[in-house]
Design a binder for this molecule. Structure first.
Ligand code: HEC
Length: 248
């Protein structure tokens, strides 16, 4: 089966596992002037993809878990004002996740990376120039390098120093990086052969079936670690192969 077909099939098969559970919902109130900027269309899918928590914008602030406006913690500025976020239901786990994400480094960088016409529309109050305005990958490349060294070198050569660890025909990260669809492959490696039988991603994959225990010592990653590995691979040089390698 071709790679694309395989990835599609696997995506379908694994869809129920990564789908949204009913309790993973946060309801937020966003003033119209903020909605109209398009920022929420940029933020919400990125948050949901990362956390599997769905965000619903509702029109009644009194019923919302989180309210954007003039109260609470300052989160960004733009569209003519400083925006704060107010927590209305401090015990709702999904609301805590959203609040924590938005106020984290990654959430803040996601805000500044919103630049529909090439220029960032929102900034961080008192932001320093260290905040990068274009961020393609959410993960932390340095963390990703560490994770890969710890969890992938059993079979893959990850960088120049780990050439020894490549077993048999296992492709090195440099070779995989040279494939045009490297990003899909690294983002979903845990459902691609041979990893599915021995890899667990916290809160994403199902436990191994009782009748099919992992054949080798399993590797376990969090979703953040997968993103970090993707960010690391994004910045590593592709192996110079003369021409792109066709890896089936
Ligand atoms: C126990 C050995 C083993 C470990 C550990 C392992 N891999 Fe692999 N990986 C393989 C083999 C073997 C292949 C080649 C599969 C093939 O050619 O079909 C592969 C292929 C891949 C591919 C390409 C998949 C495809 O179908 O194109 C990616 C991406 C990948 N590995 C990422 C990782 C990452 C990231 C880690 C660490 C978190 C990791 N692997 C850990 C054995 C391993």
């Amino acid at each position: 089966m071709g790679f694309l077909k395989r990835i599609l099939l696997l995506a379908l098969l694994s869809a129920p596992q990564i789908g949204f559970a009913d309790d993973r919902l946060v309801q937020i109130f966003v003033p119209t002037s903020l909605i109209e900027t398009g920022l929420m269309r940029h933020l919400l899918p990125r948050f949901s993809l990362k956390t599997q928590v769905r965000v619903e914008m509702i029109s009644d602030p009194a019923k919302a878990d989180l309210v954007f406006g003039n109260n609470g913690r300052t989160v960004f500025e733009g569209a003519g004002q400083v925006w704060k976020i107010d927590r209305r239901s401090p015990d709702n786990k999904s609301a805590i996740k959203f609040y924590d994400w938005l106020t984290s480094d990654i959430g803040q960088r996601t805000v500044v990376s919103f630049a529909p016409d090439g220029a960032a529309l929102f900034g961080l109050p008192g932001a320093t120039s260290e905040v990068r305005t274009t961020v393609e990958f959410d993960g932390d490349a340095a963390v990703g390098h560490d994770v890969a060294l710890k969890k992938c070198t059993r079979c893959h050569a990850v960088d120049d120093k780990t050439h020894w660890s490549s077993i048999g025909s296992t492709p090195s990260f440099g070779v995989l990086r040279s494939l045009t669809d490297w990003k899909e492959r690294f983002s979903m490696f845990y459902v691609l052969k041979p990893h599915a039988t021995f890899t667990q991603i916290a809160e994403v994959t199902q436990p191994f079936p009782d009748n099919l225990p992992p054949p080798i010592a399993p590797i376990e990653l969090t979703f953040n670690e997968v993103e970090a590995v993707v960010a690391y691979v994004a910045m590593m040089p592709a192996a110079d192969l003369g021409k792109p390698l066709e890896h089936q």
